[in-house]
Ligand binder design. Structure first.
Ligand SMILES: NC(=O)c1ccc[n+]([C@@H]2O[C@H](COP(=O)([O-])OP(=O)(O)OC[C@H]3O[C@@H](n4cnc5c(N)ncnc54)[C@H](O)[C@@H]3O)[C@@H](O)[C@H]2O)c1
Length: 347
């Protein structure tokens, strides 16, 4: 049994809690948030005793009822909180992106290494059946030599009615806008499926330039990107073009991924996470037959189950290690530099 403490019980923590409640080998024993109301609401719902509801994350980490820690706070807090959890000898799961920037990521990796602890990134889309099955087909070499990929993450959340200047629009807290928020999923998926990044070139823009502050009606500048487009060259010479946007009206949350090889094509849209479109091999190619296949159910996996297993000492297949989170963060930082200086940046 793993006793889990969650730091930050806002939006995404709801997903963690829902999934953890279905895990036989885990129990949520403590929570932390600086927002008293959320702490009370979530604490009451989960029946967490008052003494295990913390306002200071260091108290949750030190709590003897907590074996492992999940970090669901805004980006700039991830690395310092994860370092403290690791120093206390507790396995840690960190929401993406790893940080607002690379910052002290090396220290985090060193502490995890020294203590031989599991550290997991919440690259949630890696657990979707379509992504894992695509990985399996690629591992078998069925697409031949990979030539290029075309990738998009489309949301319309920049246009949510009345949306205010929450932390996602402030550079100090978020590091970047859609790039770190949504793009990092695509960056991880690309490293996972196709290979490491070698060189990137990015353009970004902010479409909704001002928003009202959370605590007053005063208008303030949005400091992070609403849309980023970039191209990347991977170590294996595959090139990939990316579009990441929260200004795509008509798309609540759409991820599109297309991989082109010398012997075939794989496409998926994660709105149907158990389907792939494929055109592979002689017969398909000859008839130009891109067709839909259902991914066998056994290819799906569960993020929270994966962390619980890792905390119990297992190494689940396709486990998203924090080291991979650090590599993705280097790509995000390189893209920010590229967009700012309007030059290609080497990794
Ligand atoms: N894996 C995914 O697909 C996915 C999806 C959504 C969000 N996220 C990530 O999850 C993280 C949180 O996002 P969210 O949408 O839940 O944000 P949110 O604002 O809804 O929740 C963050 C919570 O952290 C709390 N918090 C802030 N500072 C704190 C501190 N010092 N100590 C304790 N609690 C503190 C806030 O009060 C809030 O309740 C972000 O890093 C985001 O990128 C990941």
């Amino acid at each position: 049994m793993v006793r889990i403490g969650i730091i930050g019980v806002g939006g995404i923590a709801g997903f963690h809690i829902h999934e953890l409640l279905n895990q036989k080998e885990a129990r949520i024993t403590a929570i932390c948030d600086i927002d008293e109301e959320k702490l009370r609401r979530v604490g009451d719902r989960l029946d967490i005793p008052e003494e295990y509801r913390f306002a200071d994350y260091r108290d949750l980490i030190a709590c003897a009822q907590v074996d492992a820690v999940e970090i669901c706070t805004p980006n700039y807090l991830h690395i310092p909180m994860a370092i403290d959890a690791a120093k206390a000898g507790k396995p840690v799961e960190v929401e993406k992106p790893l940080g607002a920037d690379y910052g002290n990521a090396d220290e985090l990796l060193a502490v995890l290494e020294e203590k031989q602890l599991p550290g997991m990134m919440c690259f949630s889309y890696r657990f979707r059946p379509a992504v894992r099955y695509a990985k399996r087909l690629l591992e078998k070499g069925l697409l031949g030599e990979i030539i290029n990929a075309n990738v998009a993450y489309l949301k319309s959340s920049a246009f949510w009615e009345g949306r205010r200047l929450d932390w996602r629009f402030v550079k100090e807290y978020a590091g970047s806008g859609v790039l770190g928020d949504l793009g990092v999923h695509l960056i991880d998926m690309t490293s996972f499926l196709l290979g490491d990044f070698k060189r990137v070139y990015a353009m970004e823009k902010t479409v909704v330039k001002e928003r009202q502050r959370l605590d007053s009606n005063e208008w303030a500048k949005v400091e992070t990107d609403d849309i980023t487009a970039f191209i990347a060259e991977l170590e294996n010479d595959v090139f990939v073009n990316f579009l990441v946007t929260r200004c795509a009206i008509g798309n609540e949350n759409t991820i599109l991924y297309e991989i082109y090889g010398t012997n075939g094509v794989i496409q998926f849209n994660l709105n149907t996470p158990d389907e792939l479109k494929v055109c592979i091999g002689e017969v398909d190619k000859e008839t130009d037959g891109l067709h839909t296949i259902k991914v066998p159910a056994r290819y799906g996996a569960n993020q929270e189950e994966c962390f619980v297993k890792a905390a119990l000492g297992e190494k689940p297949e396709y486990y998203p290690d924090i080291r991979e989170g650090a590599k993705c963060q280097k790509v995000v930082d390189a893209l920010l530099k590229s967009a700012k200086e309007r030059v290609p940046v080497e990794l």
